[in-house]
Structure formats: C-alpha cells, structure tokens
Ligand binder design. Sequence first.
Ligand SMILES: N[C@@H](CCC(=O)N[C@@H](CS)C(=O)NCC(=O)O)C(=O)O
Length: 195
Amino acid sequence: MILYAAPGGCSQASHIALVEAGIPYKLVKVGRDKKTDDGRDFNAINPKGYTPALELDDGTLLTESLVILNYIADLSGRLLANTGNERWKTLELLEFMTTEIHGVFRVFFRADSTNTDKEKSRNILVRHFGLLNEHLGEKKFLLGEQLTIADTYLFVMLSWAVMMGITLPGPLTVYSARMNKMPSVTCALAAEGLV
Ligand SMILES: N[C@@H](CCC(=O)N[C@@H](CS)C(=O)NCC(=O)O)C(=O)O
C-alpha cells in the first residue's frame, strides 16, 4: 500500500492512522510542484492533484480523506466503532472537519485572499473549534478513551490553527500536545521530515 502525502498537509491524518493501525505502507511525499519524491508527476497518479491518495496493493487508487480514513479504520478493526452512535458521531465529526474546517482554512493558502477574507475565516474557525472543544469536554479523545480517525484529523487541523495564529481553547491545546507525544504521531511527523 502506498500513501501519497504532503508533509504537514491533511494527508497527515491518514498517515497517523496508518501508523497507529500498524498497517505496512510506503510513504511517497508529494511536493508543491506536484512531483513525488521518487520523481514522478503526481497529477498522472491522481488527476485531482490532491493528497492524500492511497494506492492499494491491487493498484486501486483511493482519494478523499474521509474515505481513506474509513478504509484504514476498516482494515485496523479499530479507530472507528463498528456500530452504534459512536460510529455515526465519529463520522459526523470527521465530515465536519473535512468540509467545514478544512474548507475554511483554504483562504489562508490562497495567494489572492484579502485580509478581510482571512479575518472572516478566522472568526468561523474560532467558532468551529469552540464547538469541537465543547464536544471534547473532559474526554481524552473526541469519542472517549479510544483514539479514532476523527482525532487524527483534528490533530492536523489544530496544527494548522496554531500556524495561522488562531486562538484555541485551552483544552484543545492540551489535547494537541498530548497527541503530539503519541508514538504514532511522532513516527508520522518524523517520516514527513517535520521533527
Ligand atoms: N477533498 C480532499 C481535499 C484534499 C486537499 O485539499 N489536499 C490538499 C493538501 S491539504 C492538496 O493536496 N492541495 C493541493 C492543491 O490544492 O493543489 C480530501 O478531503 O482529501
């Protein structure tokens, strides 16, 4: 299995999940120029041009974080409850982050965004992270004692928030620092060349 990932990008959530699940994989890093670190044109691999992309052993290419994370959770037998409300709440949180949070962050990555655009996005993100903070409450992870695919995604969104100077509620900062110390996170960050 090959994970195509951009260091520090949203693909990091899938990367952490793969390490956490103990699934053997090869990491291929994709640069801003859409070149892979083994010299290929990423657009020819994934015509969407986005990371993450997960190439399965039979050559099938999966794209979209929501799907890739579900695939990894399925293989792992954990990281997502099999049934019940915990499953649906995990997926609800993940969908909220892949659309309503990731989407709002895009303003910060676009060269033509104005300061007004950025300020609007900042306010929306503060509100959205506030909702996630309420959801987290006193729990260790978003759904309780067990790490799920929603946590691996939130970890990345929180690191982006810090990068963009967005003020986070204290409990989310503590949560992020705790995740940062997890062996799977350390391993993924090191493989991406970020520590
Ligand atoms: N809908 C996709 C979006 C993925 C995405 O936006 N990836 C960014 C990195 S975080 C990317 O590859 N951007 C490259 C580009 O826009 O050219 C998903 O959820 O996986």
